[in-house]
Design a protein around this ligand. Structure first.
Ligand SMILES: [Zn+2]
Length: 403
């Protein structure tokens, strides 16, 4: 077991101020990282990342003076209700607040992105297994286009999206003897200091046979046509193809968009992602104002050009083929983030108290404190602040209510 994420990894300016309250710096194992129930310290980190993300508006939103949904995410009460906010546990033992707005912004909100990517990962794992159970093969391809450090994201993103759309209508792809049933297309966008924006496509090709040699030949042909296609101007080595084996973990790791944060690799040599930029800002891991502005700029550009884009796209032919399997499993991003499974309601918080909790950004700490030592710890946390000096606790059907 090793310590993946701790203050020692960062020069923390801002985070240190919160540390005395959040005393349980956890030692995290890989297993924990892969569970949706994040270890305490990540909960605080991801919350703080969202807080940074909230300050950003797209050009369109600024023009229309419109608040993006992320501004409400994790803070505002859902609907027009005076009912207290519920702190609940899910069947896996994780804690969450029920009755609070979620924005569902995959490309912009780290909290919602985590839920959405986790859900897609499970969905695709199921779909791959269904197909493999029929003794049919699946290929995995990564496609890129050439870009330079100075290219804006809009340019490279448009290029890869448009070119792939056109490429699919071409003769080579449309030929029916390639055994392709359909595909699942995933868009991933990373950024690096050296090469700038790097949008790329991950494709899962579902075949109607399991002739591995034929598939390899087709896929090699596919990528060698792709890198020369239109103005792609790519290199063969930047494309990738393989056949998905029964061990799908490698592939599924692509959906762990937050793994680079939750594994403490914010300082990874692999460079930045828009979300690690948020993380660096949230923990104060930057040299000066200039660097902070640059990090924020990367995140802002990413948000600007990803609005309305799909993260995962399942082709209609796959939808038809696996109609029954997908029926109750494929959900919209909104459905995913708003889906709750309540095992137990542990605590209720009146609306006025909730508003103070949100104002002081104590949401993750309340959850962490409850885990640590239940109501006592939550009470101690809140009354540490002046604003909560007069809170009271009553019991309704054995469930504590803070008013
Ligand atoms: Zn959100």
């Amino acid at each position: 077991m090793s310590q993946f994420f701790d203050n020692q990894y960062f020069k923390t300016k801002r985070y240190q101020t919160a540390t005395p309250l959040d005393t349980n710096t956890v030692l995290v194992s890989q297993e924990l990282v892969h569970s949706i129930d994040l270890p305490n310290i990540y909960k605080t980190l991801i919350h703080n990342m969202r807080r940074v993300a909230k300050t950003n508006r797209t050009v369109k939103e600024t023009k229309e003076n419109r608040k993006p949904r992320i501004e409400y995410c994790g803070y505002s009460i859902n609907g027009n209700t005076n009912n207290p906010v519920q702190m609940c546990s899910n069947p896996k033992g994780g804690l969450f607040f029920n009755g609070i707005a979620n924005c569902g912004g995959y490309w912009r909100c780290p909290v919602c992105a985590l839920k959405i990517s986790e859900n897609k990962k499970e969905l695709l794992a199921g779909l791959i297994t269904e197909h493999q159970n029929r003794n049919l093969s699946i290929g995995f391809l990564t496609l890129t286009v050439r870009h330079s450090r100075l290219d804006r994201l809009k340019r490279t993103l448009d290029k890869i999206t448009k070119n792939y759309r056109k490429f699919q209508t071409g003769r080579f792809f449309a030929k029916t003897d390639n055994g392709l049933i359909g595909q699942v297309k995933t868009l991933e966008i990373t950024y690096s200091e050296m090469n700038g924006w790097h949008p790329h496509l991950h494709l899962l090709f579902f075949y109607n046979h399991n002739d591995v040699k034929a598939i390899e030949k087709f896929q090699k042909d596919f990528i060698s046509r792709w890198f020369k296609y239109a103005d792609n101007n790519g290199t063969l080595s930047a494309q990738n193809q393989k056949i998905v084996t029964s061990d799908i973990s490698d592939y599924l790791a692509k959906y762990d968009i937050t793994s680079e944060m939750t594994k403490g690799q914010i300082k990874s040599s692999k460079g930045l992602t828009p979300f690690t930029c948020l993380a660096k800002i949230a923990v104060g891991d930057y040299e000066d104002y200039q660097e902070k502005r640059k990090l924020y700029g990367i995140y802002a550009e990413y948000v600007e050009y990803t609005q309305g884009k799909h993260f995962v796209n399942i082709s209609n032919s796959i939808r038809n083929e696996y109609k029954e399997f997908l029926q109750d499993k494929e959900k919209t991003d909104d459905e995913i983030v708003n889906e709750v499974t309540i095992d137990e309601v542990l605590l209720k918080i009146s609306i006025p108290v909730w508003k103070k909790i949100a104002m002081h950004d104590l949401q993750p700490l309340v959850l962490n404190k409850w885990k640590e030592n239940g109501l006592d710890a939550v009470y101690n946390l809140l009354t540490y602040y002046k604003a909560f000096k007069d809170i009271e606790i009553e019991y309704i059907n054995d469930v504590p209510l803070i008013t």
